[in-house]
Design a protein around this ligand. Sequence first.
Ligand SMILES: Nc1nc2c(c(=O)[nH]1)N(C=O)[C@@H](CNc1ccc(C(=O)N[C@@H](CCC(=O)O)C(=O)O)cc1)CN2
Ligand SMILES: Nc1ncnc2c1ncn2[C@@H]1O[C@H](COP(=O)(O)OP(=O)(O)OP(=O)(O)O)[C@@H](O)[C@H]1O
Length: 198
Amino acid sequence: MTDSRQSLRRKLREARRALTPRQQRDASRALERLLGGSMLFLRSRHIAFYLANDGEIDPQRLLQKARRQGKHCYLPVVAGWPRRRMQFQRLTADTRWHTNRFGIREPVANPRQQVALWRLQLLLMPLVGFDAQGNRLGMGGGFYDRALAWRRLRRNWPGPQLVGLAHHCQQVDRLPIADWDIPADLIASDRQLLFKGR
Ligand SMILES: Nc1nc2c(c(=O)[nH]1)N(C=O)[C@@H](CNc1ccc(C(=O)N[C@@H](CCC(=O)O)C(=O)O)cc1)CN2
Ligand SMILES: Nc1ncnc2c1ncn2[C@@H]1O[C@H](COP(=O)(O)OP(=O)(O)OP(=O)(O)O)[C@@H](O)[C@H]1O
């Protein structure tokens, strides 16, 4: 593993952006089958998603499935203050939308629909890269790491199962790990569900 985090990020982002619309659609369907059919997904009632951007594997079909099943669905909101914080906001019939400073669609912030992270049962996180140990590489903003920082203090925290989503082509042998990194409990790709420590 000689690549630095930055060059690895660039390389893996290029790889996912190079996927064709057809490959993206197939991956999204495979993900829906694999994760959407798992007990973890079926028994979770409060789930945070994301809206795919920059070639990310698209959890839109899972989101629709969850809504049909009457689950409560949430999206990350980075707008507003403090700038490095990320909130999770529930989607409702009257959610209004805007484009955030990273060019990603997100709900207009409404604190009344935002919940503490520990209320979620499943947190789906967009990954730039991952390894078989569950280590994750994100966009580099540290938004998820910061939101999850308190999990490091607690072995048995009451918070959500952390599920990183990525295309199969985003797997690497070993990611360089930083002190603050919070690994995923499970990585779900279009090929497999990879449980940590198995
Ligand atoms: N779909 C999706 N939603 C998400 C994330 C994500 O990774 N994917 N986030 C995960 O954290 C949060 C937003 N964080 C982000 C952090 C950096 C960049 C980014 O594109 N950085 C640019 C340059 C920064 C800029 O434009 O100012 C880059 O690195 O090229 C995007 C999102 C919340 N929502
Ligand atoms: N718990 C934390 N407290 C303060 N800063 C943090 C914390 N976690 C990460 N950071 C900061 O966030 C920045 C980005 O971290 P990193 O490169 O690991 O992002 P990432 O893993 O790609 O992002 P993400 O966690 O959003 O997926 C780092 O510069 C780090 O200093």
